[in-house]
Design a protein around this ligand. Structure first.
Ligand SMILES: [Zn+2]
Length: 161
């Protein structure tokens, strides 16, 4: 994704109040991010175990979202973002309040995501012998899929689709 500053992150949030966006914790080491290999930014709130944040590039902008989870432990499931068939532990149900009037009425959208948001790393793993094929092509396809899945979720939250 393109480099984004703290200011850009705060301005990207579509389902947070201005006050929430101004106060939310920014991920540590932002200036050391390898942007080329970063499909999206996502991090847990260190002060609130039920709250996380994601900033996802879509067509010509980035969409920041507050994610909440009611789940205390994680469970075995397929992550809807990276769709990895090997890393199926530590997946949690997250929900995001929709942007604007729909969100103010209490409408949310949910998705299963890896709790630590390590999807970019999982999508870049080498294929297993069963999966086979050209490793470079395998990774490229999976990274594209991850970006599309995260992007389409972000567009739903932002009301862009
Ligand atoms: Zn994942």
């Amino acid at each position: 994704m393109e480099t984004i500053s703290e200011k850009g992150i705060r301005a990207s949030f579509v389902n947070a109040s201005r006050r929430e966006a101004a106060q939310l914790p920014i991920p540590k080491g932002l200036d050391k991010t390898d942007w080329e290999n970063t499909d999206f930014l996502a991090w847990n709130d260190p002060r609130n175990g039920q709250r996380s944040y994601a900033v996802v590039p879509v067509a010509d902008r980035v969409v920041g979202m507050v994610l909440t989870t009611a789940q205390t432990g994680s469970k075995q499931a397929m992550c809807s973002w990276c769709e990895d068939i090997i890393e199926t532990s530590d997946v949690k149900m997250f929900s995001a309040k929709l942007a604007g009037a729909a969100g103010r009425k209490g409408n949310t959208v949910g998705t299963m995501i890896h709790d630590g948001f390590d999807c970019p790393r999982f999508a870049r793993r080498m294929p297993t012998p069963q999966e086979g094929g050209d490793p470079e092509q395998f990774v490229a396809t999976r990274v594209a899929k991850l970006r599309a899945n995260a992007g389409s979720f972000a567009e739903r939250v932002a009301g862009l689709r």
